[in-house]
Design a binder for this molecule. Structure first.
Ligand code: MG
Length: 380
């Protein structure tokens, strides 16, 4: 029996993780759940999964929940609460599914306490890939990706010698604006951008999918997870989202992982890796699918993808700048303060004013994140 803490239980990945855990009661038990603000949903999850404790990031909501639960479940608050629970002995696996930079510190704490990491929070590897990779080695900890593309690559690599890999091919749906002309980008609404064609996800990642920044962040994530240089990581648009990613080998063979877009599949694979267990659900119906299409991403139209490749090439603290500027710009777009086309402009400005620091320590990354947020905030 493995004990699991879910950081970000009320989000899309958190809810799907709980569905997977519920289907495998003989293997997994939830010991801790965390939420940002949504204490209504958290309360329902507490009633169903009976964790030992919960963390609510927002301290006011934590106090409200504490009163409601009246001592039946331990309630902790804030970032300290997150860092506290991942240290505990009754946690074997930490599902890191917080949104954005907030996932970094608790994930580091979990690695230092030798917990297996199931990672959905790609920003952790984007901003601190070098540091995280070194810590995983130092503490001999496994980090298994939940992101569907990286889960696909991990599945393609099973049984393969890493030196036989020629390149990774990340697939991208292209998001809701794949065929929208760039001239219309200034007038796109938040509602348009949130209407993703294939995946139902949280707001931040859905906007990242619309700008293709999500794919850019995934390129950086893949670089750190699989140790390949940027020139050996390709992105191809595949609007049907059936192939979740591919690996090309040195003999020209290509392995792909296919499936219907359902996050429960990569979540279960991450939790049971390297084992594979049965799962009920719909299956790919090839005759019904009929065709799959592929094309080059337009990096001029979707500037964010190019900016992510640029930040990875710059290295050091540059991806942390990319991420922080993106988080602020996406937040401003969601609040209808800036138009969709402005998102990459703020990121580009933030990157161009930054002096890269190589081999950054955690303190440098945190400082870079803070300075970038202030810089973009002032521009807004
Ligand atoms: Mg993904």
């Amino acid at each position: 029996m493995k004990n699991i803490a879910i950081l970000g239980a009320t989000g899309s990945i958190g809810q799907n993780s709980l569905a997977v855990i519920k289907s495998l009661p003989q293997r997994f038990r939830v010991t801790y759940l965390t939420a940002n603000k949504n204490i209504d949903l958290l309360q329902k999850q507490i009633a169903e999964f009976k964790p030992k404790g919960v963390v609510v990031l927002d301290s006011c909501n934590a106090s409200v929940l504490k009163k409601l639960l009246n001592g039946t479940v331990e309630v902790l608050a804030g970032e300290e609460g997150l860092e506290e629970i991942v240290r505990r002995d009754d946690v074997d696996i930490v599902i890191s599914s917080l949104v954005g930079f907030a996932g970094l510190k608790p994930t580091i704490e979990a690695i230092k306490h030798r917990k297996t990491i199931a990672l959905a929070n790609k920003e952790t590897l984007v901003v601190a890939g070098e540091l995280i990779t070194a810590l995983l080695k130092e503490y001999d900890v496994s980090l298994i990706p939940i992101d569907s593309e990286h889960s696909a690559i991990l599945q393609c690599l099973a049984g393969e010698d890493r030196s036989h890999v020629a390149k990774l091919i990340l697939t991208a749906s292209g998001g809701p604006f794949l065929t929208t002309p760039k001239e219309s980008f200034a007038s796109l609404s938040v509602e348009h951008a949130l209407a993703h064609p294939n995946w139902k996800m949280g707001n931040k990642i859905t906007i990242d999918s619309a700008t293709l920044m999500n794919k850019g962040l995934e390129v950086i994530e893949a670089h750190w997870l699989f140790g390949l240089p940027p020139e050996k990581i390709d992105v191809v648009i595949h609007p049907q989202s059936i192939i979740h990613s591919m690996v090309e080998f040195i003999d020209g063979s290509v392995k792909a992982q296919l499936g219907l877009p359902d996050m429960k599949i990569p979540i279960q694979y991450a939790l049971t890796y390297p084992d594979r267990l049965p799962m009920n659900g719909r299956r790919v119906n090839f005759p019904k699918l009929q065709s799959m299409t592929f094309f080059e991403p337009d990096k001029e139209k979707f500037r964010c993808l190019q900016l992510a490749f640029d930040a990875l090439a710059l290295g050091g603290t540059a991806p942390a700048v990319l991420n922080a500027a993106n988080e602020v710009a996406v937040g401003a777009f969601l609040e209808k303060k800036i138009s969709f086309e402005k998102i990459p402009l703020f990121i580009e400005k933030a990157l161009s004013q930054h002096t890269v620091r190589h081999a950054p320590e955690l303190a440098h990354i945190i400082e870079t994140d803070k300075l970038t947020r202030n810089f973009v905030g002032a521009l807004l």
